[in-house]
Design a protein around this ligand. Structure first.
Ligand code: LLP
Length: 422
């Protein structure tokens, strides 16, 4: 069941026409399908049924409160990487004991907030961070539960910017050095060692690297047991890929089956941190054509969404399918879909076959639910787009379109620049 599909010639999200929503709220906007998010979460989470596990949605992929609430109601936990994400997860009602906190640069105040909130554990990424966390826990008379994030050094085929678990990456601690870090953790009074974690990369379309990483974690798990450490959690991170174009990623069931086989009879809770696989194909970006023009044998469709709204095409050269909101039934032609921003890199699709869009037409940029709004910026002083959630025939604005006042929120003109003193 695809909740973004055509009824006759009109693109629908669940039971609502996308054009209808655009008429009501204007463009551009992100549009999410409630039923898709829910189904994706359930399919993923149920794939691990029978295995002690916790599914912690990765907030960096999409951190809208309404979406987090939906996932909280499904029993989901959260993977956060900043105080801000922690704040969002808690505000959305995600149980603190289902929240894990990763990131190479946790600040003291963010660690304090996380400790006070009673999160499940910190995924610690360096010895210095471990010492700092121990100090903070000591000051507040508490114990910080931790996993050490290790770098399992597995090879991957994905965009180099989103590979994280190979030898030279800044993430985690090289697996060969991790025993020393665990030994240090064991000595620290306000640290309680609970787990091992890793995250090898994102948009992975093969199972083998996950299995290889899990094998390495399992090996380490045995060594740590021998050191007398009571490891209760193994966290494999996120990374399962989705179909943007013609990729054929494994189904969560296959993924889960492979992990189950690798885990064997070991007794621990498996933590997973999926982001993209839950929300990527549950959202689209809807934009309207402003103008068309040709130059040097190239055709450009200029739309009202730009790289500030969706940066993936220009940052990673990533593919997002372009679909008409109203099917035209005319010959396709090659064009680039570009935004209004003053940068050559401001494109959403480059030299692509697409319908002969004309001014006023609505265009859907597909598979934009993950790392879409969450990476949006105000570059060129463009208010960020609205976000809308559809459930059946209902639609709800889950984030208002920003206003010009929002753009200058917090900015101040110092007294010495007041008119009288100039
Ligand atoms: N856990 C950790 C520690 C992570 O660093 C990430 C993603 C995830 C979980 C979730 O991974 P996912 O299941 O979504 O693949 N902006 C890039 C993706 C960067 C991913 C960074 N880490 C993009 O738009 O493709």
């Amino acid at each position: 069941m695809n909740y973004f599909s055509y009824k006759q010639d009109d693109l629908y999200c669940e039971d609502l026409s996308v054009a209808y929503i655009a008429e009501q709220i204007g463009t551009p906007f992100y549009l999410y399908s409630y039923s898709t998010i829910r189904r994706h979460f359930q399919v993923f989470n149920n794939a691990f049924k029978g295995l002690d596990h916790l599914t912690c949605f990765s907030l960096k992929s999409n951190s809208n409160l309404a979406i987090l609430r939906l996932l909280a109601l499904e029993g989901g936990g959260a993977d956060v990487v900043s105080g801000g994400e922690l704040f969002r997860a808690l505000r959305a009602g995600i149980a603190p004991d289902k929240i894990v906190y990763s990131g190479v640069g946790k600040t003291p105040s963010d660690m304090e907030l996380a400790l006070k909130s009673g999160i499940l554990m910190f995924n610690v990424e360096s010895d210095q961070e471990l010492q700092a966390l121990n100090g903070i826990a000591e000051n507040s008379g508490s114990k910080a539960m931790i996993a050490i994030r290790i770098n399992p050094d597995v090879e991957l085929k994905t965009h180099p910017y989103i590979v994280t678990g190979f030898g030279e990456s800044k993430f985690g601690i090289p697996i060969k050095d991790s025993l020393n870090t665990y030994a240090l953790a064991k000595r620290l009074k306000n640290i309680e060692v609970k787990g091992i974690s890793c995250h090898i990369g994102s948009q992975l379309t093969e199972i083998d690297p996950f299995v290889e990483a899990l094998r390495k974690l399992r090996e380490l798990y045995r060594k740590l047991k021998n050191m007398g450490l009571d490891i209760k959690f193994l966290n494999l991170g996120g990374g399962l890929g989705i179909t943007y174009h013609d990729e054929e990623p494994p189904h969560p069931l296959e993924y889960a089956r492979a992990l189950r086989e690798t885990i064997g009879a070991n007794k621990f809770t498996l933590i997973l941190e999926p982001g993209r696989v839950i929300i990527g194909n549950a959202g689209i970006l809807v934009t309207r054509v402003l103008y068309t023009k040709s130059a040097a044998n190239k055709r450009f469709i200029i739309v009202d969404a730009g790289m500030n709204d969706l940066i993936r095409p220009t940052l990673y050269d990533s593919f997002h399918a372009v679909q008409p909101v109203k099917m035209a039934h005319s010959d396709m032609f090659t064009a680039s879909l570009v935004g209004p921003i003053c940068e050559t890199g401001d494109f959403l699709a480059k030299d692509r076959k697409m319908p002969p869009f004309k001014p006023g037409d609505l265009v859907a940029i597909m598979s934009a639910g993950a790392y879409g709004f969450s990476m949006a910026s105000n570059y060129n002083s463009r208010p960020r787009p609205a976000e809308v959630l559809v459930k059946g025939k209902l639609f709800s604005i889950i984030r208002a379109r920003e206003t010009y006042d929002d753009l200058i929120n917090g900015e101040m003109i110092p007294e010495f620049l007041e008119k009288s003193s100039v």
